[in-house]
Write a protein that binds this ligand. Structure first.
Ligand SMILES: Nc1ncnc2c1ncn2[C@@H]1O[C@H](COP(=O)(O)OP(=O)(O)OP(=O)(O)O)[C@@H](O)[C@H]1O
Ligand SMILES: N[C@@H](CCO)C(=O)O
Length: 291
């Protein structure tokens, strides 16, 4: 029996739609695996009642098939599904790292990223790397068609998850098909600022680079209270605020000393809209760990 802890992740970070991602120190999925004749899946934890245990419908099933690694897989969800915190990716990342070790397949962490992404294809129809890459590698990741670049970074974050469900499929349907040239120029500048900020562990620059006028405004309409929560977090000292992944989690970058105040302010702002929420005071963290 092998145990893997794979972290939640936040994709996009505003200016890096389908490209940027970060691993969060918490929450995380904990997955236990042991060799078996066929794949079986048992789910417990946050939102597990909504997740199919059928290997054809669960992200870990596709990973086990890709690695030709049948196993009894027990998943304890720390990351609620349809959260924007890479819930489906955390399980897939844990399965890829764990089954690779259990069956001694010999893949590097980088090579496991596209394998784990096959699990993501099961739920969103597309094999995105931007959640599985940070969940496997940790830190800040840049996923392009050429592969993944990873940077260790240390930025305090607040992730506020409202009691709203946004599926990745629905959130992808509202993404505009085109952008104006001035929006493209702004996005390139912000993405460059954010990347530099990650290299320097600079929350100011990272927050500045999270601004996005293309995808985020379209998706914000799916999250009741988004604008109010964003404004409240900025007023409490957040250096940048955006939608985490496909939402509904709202994520803020900040200095360490402002994190607690920002967290309670975001909860209050959702509360004022009558929306229950929970908040994670977290930071950029490590990738999947095997115990
Ligand atoms: N192991 C798994 N863990 C979580 N969700 C799973 C798993 N396997 C299949 N699913 C399905 O995936 C869907 C959730 O994935 P989705 O991509 O919409 O959300 P997310 O992973 O939390 O968010 P995001 O990718 O935006 O960060 C749900 O329909 C859920 O039933
Ligand atoms: N980049 C993806 C992340 C969710 O899988 C999106 O925002 O749709």
């Amino acid at each position: 029996m092998l145990t893997v802890r794979a972290p939640a992740t936040s994709a996009n970070l505003g200016s890096g739609f389908d490209v940027f991602g970060v691993a969060l120190e918490r929450p995380a999925d904990v997955v236990r695996l042991e060799k078996a004749d066929r794949v079986t899946i048992e789910m417990t934890g946050a939102g597990s009642q909504y997740i199919p245990e059928d290997p054809d419908k669960n992200t870990v099933g596709a990973v086990a098939e890709a690695l030709d690694a049948p196993a009894r897989i027990q998943i304890d969800k720390g990351v609620r599904p349809a959260s924007g915190l890479g819930s489906s990716a955390a399980s897939a990342a844990a399965a890829a790292v764990g089954l690779n070790e259990l069956y001694d397949r010999g893949y590097s962490r980088e090579e496991l990223v596209p394998i784990a992404a096959k699990g993501e294809a099961v739920v969103s129809g597309d094999a995105h790397d931007d959640n599985v890459a940070p969940s496997i590698l940790g830190g800040f990741t840049i996923a392009t068609e050429k592969g993944v670049t990873q940077v260790d970074a240390d930025i305090p974050l607040v992730a506020c998850l409202p009691d709203i469900v946004v599926s990745t499929r629905d959130a992808r349907n509202v993404v505009p098909e085109t952008a104006r040239i001035d929006q493209m120029v702004e996005t390139v500048g912000n993405a460059a600022a954010l990347t530099t900020g990650m290299h320097r562990d600079d929350p100011e620059l990272v927050g500045q680079g999270m601004h996005d006028t293309v995808v985020t405004p379209a998706r914000a309409k799916l999250i009741d209270g988004y604008e109010q929560v964003r404004e409240a977090a900025l007023a409490a000292g957040a250096t940048g605020v955006t939608i985490s992944g496909a939402g509904p989690t709202v994520i803020a970058a900040c200095a360490e000393e402002d994190r607690r105040k920002i967290a309670s302010t975001m909860l209050d702002a959702f509360g004022e809209r009558g929306v229950d929420a929970r908040v994670y005071q977290t930071r950029i963290g490590r990738g999947a760990e095997v115990f």
